[in-house]
Write a protein that binds this ligand. Structure first.
Ligand SMILES: *Cc1c(COP(=O)(O)O)cnc(C)c1O
Length: 392
């Protein structure tokens, strides 16, 4: 490479957007350890440990639990292409970008897609889902637990039982919930679940944890046709992640080191303690956001602790605020997606980024930037409100 290319030195950033989130130094350090081969005995035992850790994280005994090579969207695609054969019907609940993405993936897999829609920021009721299941009798239903585009937290506890009554396989997106809020795959009877490493697990993007119930595996092993995607075919991946250890594709070794280390940090902290931390930091941020005169886009009672979507005050320049946060404070927050473009900011408090110091930092930075924009805010009110939450 010509010498005029300098080494890439990223600007120092605090990642408080919709992902990726900040990665703890010990995870970065794990990524700097030497490679071994992807069939090396030491790597195979690391894969076993990753699978065990993912079972603990998903709270499942599912044998078929593994990390797909790819980001969260590859996890989505894995669940759908393995369960769906051309002509199968799939019900997808759409109240934001990621539900919408699921419909696109399902169509490409040849599904006859039925869409149940809700306005952005809202969640689905059990009654309307039951009605749609009864009407369409789909083979599978897909729903997003934590809709990152709106900050809405979908109740899913009863959906598995409901899907079983209708002989439907439940596919759950936990990309922005896993590791941040309770996820109980066995207790909730979820058949196929996917997540991503870059949100609440605080790893770089690159792996997608997935898990399949025995019902889902029955559907997958009894397909009429081959899975449309060679790369994401669970039947083939099972031979690499299972006891045969047959070569399928070269595992991204370094990413698996990172996920392993991230899982260690998660279980050292404890899942319940981690959920409590995300909840506390969210409540403190929310108190501060309200003190700044802003409102959440999702309804009260359905606001995600991991992704705080707030509406942009009238007359405030969205892009200017985000640029100033980045340039003057090194803070990245997310802009609005889709229907919320220009209307909402998305403040992620995920994994390692969910910290008291970050809550105070982003609130005081926002206060200064909003004041510069002519938005009246009482000096110090946001930080004081957050402080009250921590003290109480
Ligand atoms: C981020 C996200 C995805 C996609 O993950 P990528 O890592 O961007 O591929 C899917 N679903 C939800 C809810 C997400 O937040």
């Amino acid at each position: 490479m010509p010498s005029k290319h300098n080494a890439f030195i990223p600007a120092p950033r605090i990642l408080l957007g919709p992902g990726p989130s900040d990665v703890p130094p010990r995870v970065l350090q794990a990524m700097a350890t030497p490679l071994v081969g992807h069939l090396d005995p030491s790597f195979l035992s690391l894969m076993n440990a990753v699978q065990d850790g993912l079972r603990g994280l998903f709270r499942t005994d599912n044998q078929m639990t593994l990390a797909i090579s790819g980001t969260g969207s590859a996890g989505m695609e894995t669940c759908i292409v393995n369960l769906i054969e051309p002509g199968d019907s799939m019900l997808v609940c759409v109240n934001g970008v990621f539900g919408k993405r699921m419909t696109d993936v399902a169509e490409r897999a040849g599904a006859e897609v039925h869409v149940l829609e809700r306005p952005w920021g809202e969640v689905f009721s059990i009654e309307e889902i039951e009605e749609a299941l009864a009407k369409h009798k789909p083979k599978a239903m897909g729903i997003v637990h934590a809709e990152t585009s709106t900050g809405a937290w979908q109740p899913v506890e009863q959906l598995g039982a409901l899907c079983r009554e209708h002989d439907t396989l439940l596919v759950l997106d936990t990309v922005t919930s896993l590791g941040g809020v309770p996820v109980e795959i066995d207790e909730w009877d979820v058949d196929a679940v996917y997540s991503g490493t870059q949100k609440c697990l605080s790893c770089p993007p690159g792996l997608a944890p997935v898990s399949f119930s025995s019902r889902a595996m029955h559907a997958i092993t009894n397909r009429q046709r081959k899975v449309q995607s060679w790369y994401l075919d669970i039947n083939m991946l099972a031979n690499y992640w299972g006891t045969e250890r047959a070569y399928h594709h070269t595992a991204p070794i370094t990413m698996n080191y990172a996920l392993y280390e991230s899982l260690r940090t998660i279980f050292e902290e404890g899942l319940e303690a981690r959920w409590a931390r995300h909840d506390l930091n969210h409540r403190a941020l929310k108190a501060g956001i309200h003190a700044l005169g802003m409102r959440y886009t999702a309804a009260e009672g359905h606001q995600l602790p991991t992704l705080n979507a707030v509406s942009i005050p009238d007359g405030v320049d969205d892009a200017a605020v985000r640029m100033t946060l980045l340039e003057d404070f090194g803070i990245e927050i997310g802009g609005g997606l889709g229907a919320f473009k220009g209307k909402a900011w998305r403040i992620g408090l995920m994994g390692h980024s969910s910290r008291k110091s970050n809550v105070f930092l982003v609130l005081s930075a926002l206060e200064q930037v909003l004041r510069k924009q002519g938005h009246t805010v009482e000096p110090g009110a946001a930080v004081a409100a957050a402080s009250n939450v921590y003290d109480s």
